[in-house]
Ligand binder design. Structure first.
Ligand SMILES: [Zn+2]
Ligand SMILES: [Zn+2]
Ligand SMILES: [Zn+2]
Length: 209
């Protein structure tokens, strides 16, 4: 039994790295196992408590910790020695968060999990793309713009006081209703907001002719 090697893998939710380690079945049965991520922000634990074995794994999809409890006799013989792959899954995303098994099976499962988690992250970014680069900055830029407009501070070089506001992903355009000239105000960072707050008035660069 001591020669039987098991591979254990999980993905750190903090840094996104795959953590894969090898332990002998004897080491896993003999006492608690802790596999920390090198970043120090997460760890996988396998605790042996009397008749119960508990696996606690950090989850890369929902960021929480998931636990599975097994009768120790079942865990030791069935999972450590016989099963090719134990997958602990996230109840929210249904993706895996920890794999224990033979090297080949765990590596393959980890590869698939890494792709799934990458896709999940990318989907998250696409969702955010629909709105603004920074929602808070955009909100405050628009509020400040309203203030400046309320005190008559927006005008065009052509002499018009009428304009349209076009809200973009990371900027706001003021477009003159008469001549079509535009002034672009960046709305991506706190610096952009501070620069706008420092201005009394805004002039769209249209020309008198
Ligand atoms: Zn980490
Ligand atoms: Zn989860
Ligand atoms: Zn104009």
């Amino acid at each position: 039994m001591s020669e039987e090697t098991r591979t254990i893998g999980y993905i750190c939710p903090a840094c996104g790295n795959a953590v894969i380690a090898q332990r002998t079945a004897f080491q896993l049965c003999a006492g608690d196992t802790v596999l920390p991520c090198p970043c120090g922000k997460s760890e996988l634990r396998i605790n042996q408590r009397g008749d119960v074995c508990e696996v606690k794994a950090p989850c890369p999809s929902c960021g929480r910790e998931h636990r599975v409890k097994k009768h120790r006799a079942v865990f030791d013989t069935n999972i450590l020695l016989e099963r090719e792959l134990l997958a602990l899954c996230c109840p929210v995303s249904a993706l895996g968060c920890c794999y224990i098994g033979t090297e080949g099976h765990v590596f393959r499962a980890m590869e698939q999990l890494e792709q799934a988690v990458d896709k999940l992250r990318m989907d998250g970014q696409t969702e955010r793309r629909g709105t603004f680069l920074d929602d808070v900055v955009m909100e405050e830029v628009l509020a400040e713009l309203k203030d400046i407009a309320a005190r008559g501070g927006v005008k065009c070089g052509c002499g018009s006081m009428d304009y349209r506001v076009k809200v973009r992903y990371s900027s706001v355009d003021l477009v003159c209703a008469r001549c079509g000239a535009a002034l672009r105000l960046p709305a991506a960072t706190q610096d952009d907001l501070a620069a706008l707050c420092a201005r009394d008035s805004l002039t769209i660069p249209g020309r008198k002719d």
